[in-house]
Design a binder for this molecule. Sequence first.
Ligand code: NAD
Length: 476
Amino acid sequence: MQMRVGGKEISSADERWIPVINPATGEVIDQVPEGTLHEVDEAVSAAQAAFDSWGKKTVRERGMILHRAAGNVREQHQELARLLTMEQGKPLRDAVDEIRGFANILEFFAGISGAMNGDFIALGSLGDALVKREPIGVCGAIIPWNMPAIIMGWKVAPALLAGNTLVFKPSSSAPLTCLSLASLLELSGLPPGVLNVVTGKGEVVGEGIARHPAVRKLSFTGERATGYRIQELARSQLKDLSLELGGSDPMIVWKDADIGKAVSGVIKGRFYNAGQTCTAVKRLYVHHDIAKEFVVRLKNKVEAIRVGNGLDPGSDMGPLSGKPQLDNVISFVNTVEKKGQGTILTGGNVMTGGTHGKGFFYAPTLVTDTTPECILLQQEVFGPVLPVVPVNDLETAIAKANSTPYGLGASIWTHDLSVVHEVFSSVAAGVVWVNRHLTIPPEVPFGGVKESGIGRENGIAAYHTYTRTKTLLLNW
Ligand code: NAD
């Protein structure tokens, strides 16, 4: 597939390509151009040229285009989901959910378009003020590979609704769904140049967008270290930055919890998308009174997870998204074993042979008897590996939940409102779930605290982050 700039398909100036590999088979399924700074400049110029007329449309006119695009995405959800599974690995039914999730996000923002007005402020003897919300201009968006359609929706929908134009960079390992969605948006009426997609390496295309002085706002989702690098690159400019970074979400299961529901919550919370979700359950703290029974039931369920090619309807969990991700998970588990930081209760191995062939499969893994230094409790593990730790009291559970540099999500499983209140007040996170983990509907503002980032996506708040106020003061 080619890049999309100014409404046209283009390739890279030096005619180099990046292969897109199916992580379930190791086979090359397509290729995308390895973009250069030349294409970044072209995309910014196209976005600048399109800004004037796009920014002058009413919010409702722009919302109608998003709404039409959502309908077209729904019509083609099967083909899009298949493409997503083939480039990223998740089971087809989860890919279908993700594509529908993209449509949901477009529809949410289209739905609020009629209500996005400015303000009138009566100032008495000082007259009146009219406050208008204007778009910022050309914005940049850089996203990872784990949930390309959803994260694209989080950025593209509010930015476009607010009247901005965009230079968008998908990850090199999962660019195809994003390119197809961009092309569908254009078929639905998005004018050329409003959304430009440049593929290529982070160090070239990503840094080119981050450095570009005409990009007035940049929204990035990815690793903490990349976020810091982007902040450094943008330092000499007055660029508005939103950095949505990693997480190490704790799940606390209290003694009164419904064990069956909580076990199912862990299966979805940790093993959905092969554990490669920013808000996955990355540390599990279970009340001592129920820990024994909980671990037995969890182990049974974990061992029943069917790992295989996402296109096979029998698969519950697909491969990791690529070799680098697989190597990363292997290295975490090796460290635990070599340093005696825990016991591998189940899993702990690469899955090869048979239907797994040359894919990047890793067995769903539980680690118990962890030491306080256990690396799985300190760092973000982007894969299907879960440390399970018993806790005796709420104070300890909260202290442990807060013991990493991250603060993205957290969940508490209980029916005791005082426990919910204590956790909600004391755990540092952007979102706290009760008897649930992972789901983030488009209505709900989402983002982290501490090292999980700055900025918010989703909800009306996200729309506002893509606007600037301009005030008219009237002295009658
Ligand atoms: P990554 O930081 O390696 O890459 C993300 C994007 O940044 C890619 O498009 C990449 O090409 C680009 N990039 C890489 N180096 C760059 C540079 N120097 N300058 C500019 N752009 C550059 O992250 P990843 O491995 O693709 O994604 C996994 C991470 O994303 C995890 O830490 C996960 O928690 C995080 N994540 C966060 C959220 C959230 O909403 N907070 C959501 C999903 C994933």
